[in-house]
Design a protein around this ligand. Structure first.
Ligand SMILES: [Ca+2]
Ligand SMILES: [Ca+2]
Ligand SMILES: [Ca+2]
Ligand SMILES: [Ca+2]
Length: 510
């Protein structure tokens, strides 16, 4: 009898398959089979730009509303700071760096969110474990424009904090013109020291990194119509803008007036066709040991994560592809050799966490991804209590019979077959996108909890059908699994629709 019900429901299942598919968007892929990408936190609002760790917590900046959002235990928490920012174009909440519990922030300050800009400002705050307090204004940089405000910050091995700034539409000596006084544009500056600038001649940038082995500074730079760059930035570096972008030709180099004391050098890598490179990071941790001589770079246009191999003294990249020996991926050349991952959306930050894993912020996805070893991904779906967060909150305890029942179904019936396991893996990524929020709300609101209890009771009854059938083959698991899903679609979506349409008919007849 049950099989007949399941078969009757099957065409409906096929019909709704496309509607139900992939509710949280696609998960990025990487080329290394030993690692997988997980959606660590989703639903970050107002365009997340950069992030930093303070202890085990993440502080992530929301570009448009000037908020600093706390991410704790993998969940979105409250805003721990809310300032007013102008947010047109490349303005907003842009840069963060930490030295222990001191947090440095860079943003385009305004009198109200979305209002007229006052200045580009750097503040120092203290993190008290709960909020950002005791602001001190460190830098007041007047040249605010919708574009080329830079924003990446990084902390050096000596705890110096570096900030990179774009040209903000200025054309002076810092942009390699013969005239025009220095005005804090197109430079890398140290927050804790007055001038000299660390570097100059930079068009615009969203990426700074410090090599944990050498202490050397590296940046990414955005070209105009061509030649985005990655640079090794030694002290007194002149990147060449706005005479040179990408490797210099003889003619360009002869036209460079230069800036006293600063030395031009070519980028270590250039994309002739723009990709808008953003974050750059080195990884120096046990789980990522195989990448200890690599540099990761994200982009904003294609959603790519790139990986470059360092030479032995970590001052250049090495390439196996002859086309890249010139340190340029030219217009007609393939990105394949440097692409490590795809489909990240607009990457805005890369960071290695206290858990020694790589975190990837995507502005367009409102998501922080995490790259985890494959072994960790397998254990997290079977050993952790996947599938029981809502039930635990509803019935008060993990030991409640309803929760135990769900866990038994999952482990003994569903996970005992391959298709069941892959179903749970897919289900978990969907489930964890909303279940922590539902569980939190249940704990705060008893009325909501009672409502959830009533709503999921039919689900539990339908699952209990699985107890009365013997599932010992893959095909049976698929049939019963599909049946249970359909039964629930019927109960939660079709029944209310039928009731509503009948009510409508009744009303229309009157
Ligand atoms: Ca960062
Ligand atoms: Ca605000
Ligand atoms: Ca350059
Ligand atoms: Ca080339």
């Amino acid at each position: 009898m049950l099989k007949i019900i399941l078969l009757l429901l099957c065409p409906f299942f096929l019909f709704t398959g496309s509607v139900l598919g992939d509710p949280v968007g696609s998960v990025p892929t990487i080329k290394d089979q030993n690692f997988v990408i997980e959606r660590y936190v989703t639903g970050i609002e107002n365009s997340p730009t950069t992030m930093a760790f303070v202890g085990n917590d993440i502080l992530v900046l929301q570009k448009h509303d000037g908020k600093v959002r706390l991410i704790r235990d993998g969940h979105i928490d409250k805003a721990v700071l809310d300032v007013s920012v102008t947010n047109i174009g490349e303005q907003g909440m842009l840069g963060i760096a930490t030295v222990d519990s001191t947090v440095y922030l860079y943003f385009t300050e305004s009198t109200s969110d979305g209002g007229e800009p006052i200045a580009k400002r750097v503040y120092k705050y203290e993190w008290n474990g709960n909020e950002l307090v005791n602001p001190v204004l460190l830098r007041d940089l007047p040249q605010t424009r919708p574009y080329h405000n830079g924003g990446a910050m990084v902390t050096g091995l000596d705890d110096s904090v570096y900030l990179i700034l774009g040209d903000a539409g200025r054309y002076g000596k810092l942009q390699n013109h013969k005239t025009g006084e220095p005005d804090d544009t197109s430079v890398i500056m140290r927050i804790d020291k007055e001038k000299p600038y660390y570097a100059m001649g930079i068009r615009n940038s969203f990426g700074l990194a410090v090599d944990p082995v050498t202490g050397n500074l590296w940046d990414t730079e955005n070209g105009d119509d061509d030649f985005d760059e990655i640079n090794l930035v030694m002290p007194y570096f002149n990147s060449g803008w706005e005479v040179i972008m990408g490797p210099a030709t003889q003619d360009e180099f002869s036209l460079l007036p230069g800036y006293e004391g600063y030395v031009y050098s070519d980028p270590e890598f250039s994309w002739q066709k723009p990709v808008a490179p953003t974050a750059i990071t080195f990884v120096n941790s046990e789980p990522l040991a195989k990448f200890q001589n690599s540099v990761f770079v994200g982009d904003c246009i294609y959603g790519n994560l790139y990986k470059f191999a360092l030479n032995s003294d970590r001052t250049e990249f090495v390439f196996t592809n002859p086309e890249l020996q010139d340190k340029v991926v030219n217009m007609d050349e393939s990105l394949d050799d440097i692409i490590f991952g795809t489909d990240f959306g607009c990457i805005t930050d890369l960071e290695v966490g206290p858990d020694e894993l790589l975190y990837i912020v995507s502005l367009s996805e409102g998501t922080i991804f995490r790259m985890i070893p494959q072994s960790m991904a397998t254990t997290s779906t079977t050993e952790e209590d996947g599938g029981c967060l809502i039930a635990t909150a509803t019935f008060g305890s993990e030991l409640a019979p309803q929760v135990q029942f769900l866990r038994e179904i999952r482990d003994n019936t569903v996970l005992s077959t391959v298709s069941g396991t892959s179903f749970m893996t897919a289900f978990n990524s969907f489930y964890y996108s909303f279940s922590p929020a539902v569980a939190d709300l249940e704990r705060q609101n008893p009325m909501f909890k009672e409502t959830v209890k009533i709503v999921i009771s039919p689900l539990l009854s339908s699952l209990s059908l699985l107890q009365y059938v013997d599932i010992d083959s893959e095909s049976e698991m698929l049939v019963y699994g599909a049946g249970i899903i359909l039964l629930n679609i019927g109960m939660y979506f079709v029944m209310p629709l039928v009731v509503i349409s009948k009510l409508k008919k009744k009303i229309n007849k009157k």
